[in-house]
Each structure stands twice: as C-alpha cells, then as structure tokens.
Design a protein around this ligand. Structure first.
Ligand code: COA
Length: 151
C-alpha cells in the first residue's frame, strides 16, 4: 500500500526499507542508543506493519507497529531524517498506520514518547488513564547497549 504525502511516498513494503539507514537513525535515538543492526532488522521483520517514507526513492522516515492485528497495537521507532522534519511526515506515517486495512477496529493503540506528545495528540492520542492499572517488566539480563528500561 502506497499513499502520497506532498512530494513523499508512504509505503508499508518491508522489502523496500533501507535498513542500514533505519539502523543509523535508531542507534542514535534516545530510546535505543547503540542498538545493533541485527536487532533493528529482526524487529522490522517481526513487526505487524512497517512504514517507510520515501523522497525520490530514498527513505527519509520510519516507524513500525507491533500488533496482534485484532485488538491491540504498539506504535514505535518513529523517526524522521533531520532534513525532512517539520513537513508532517511523522503525522502522515502515524495516520497511515491507523488507517491500515489490517490494523482496524482495535481496542487500543499505545506509544511512549519523551517529548513528542504534540505529534500524536493532534491525531487523537491521549495520556494514559488509570495509570495504576499498568505495569511493565524489564528483563534483567539485557546488556548495557540494549537497556531494558525505555525512555
Ligand atoms: C519527533 C519527530 C518524529 C517529528 O517528526 P516530523 O515529521 O518533523 O513531525 P510532523 O511534521 O509530522 O509534526 C510535527 C508537529 O508535532 C509538533 N511536535 C511536538 N513535539 C515535537 C517534537 N518533539 N519534535 C517535533 N515536533 C513536535 C510540532 O510542533 C508540529 O506541530 P505543528 O504541525 O502544529 O507545528 C522528529 O522530530 C524526529 O524524528 N525526532 C527524533 C526522533 C524522535 O524523537 N522520535 C519520536 C519518538 S516518540
């Protein structure tokens, strides 16, 4: 599925991803510093949906969705190349994911962000309610390069 956005193409084709470029972004991100290429690639291949944005066939942004394709989805690894920020690409990719035919009628979508709440708020995301009901588990044997505790 390909959707145009200004001079960009938003595409869910996993084989079109430039995983070297995606790794270059994610390994510098605040949530997965130092993440290996192998983990980036495995995570992409095991995601229910990957979303790339392309400019003249060069990938300029990425996000992915982890989901059972029935009730629940986790949106993560949203990254827009610095030269292409401020053009609505992050929002366009998130809207693309929310509209994806294999990701409809869910009970809930989740995401975590340190400071980009504004990107998601305008699309309809809101802070967690009943925070006391939620728990997280961070496996202890994770290496220093792959810290379990996010954000
Ligand atoms: C955050 C990021 C994905 C935004 O991408 P983008 O394509 O520039 O975002 P968009 O153009 O779709 O939307 C930006 C809107 O969100 C708002 N916003 C809120 N927090 C923001 C933030 N931390 N960074 C950028 N925009 C933010 C902007 O003000 C803008 O609103 P406006 O259109 O009303 O002016 C991009 O800056 C990025 O990749 N940053 C590094 C990685 C990162 O932090 N990813 C998000 C993880 S949750």
């Amino acid at each position: 599925m390909i959707t145009p956005h200004q001079e960009y193409e938003i595409d869910d084709n996993v084989s079109r991803l430039d995983l070297a470029r995606v790794h270059g972004w994610l390994t510098t991100s605040y949530w997965s510093p130092g993440v290996s290429r192998e983990i980036v690639e495995r995570a992409a291949r095991n995601s229910s949906l990957v979303v790339g944005a392309y400019h003249n066939s060069v990938q300029v942004a990425y996000t992915r969705v982890v989901s059972d394709r029935t009730t629940f989805a986790w949106l993560c690894d949203v990254f827009v190349d610095e030269a292409h920020r401020g053009k609505g690409l992050a929002r366009a990719m998130v809207r693309f994911a929310l509209a994806h035919p294999e990701h409809q009628n869910f009970r809930r979508w989740l995401l975590a962000t340190r400071d980009a709440h504004g990107v998601y708020k305008s699309i309809g995301f809101e802070p967690l309610t009943s925070v006391e009901r939620w728990m997280a588990y961070y496996p202890p044997k994770i290496s220093a390069k792959q810290p379990g505790k996010p954000l």
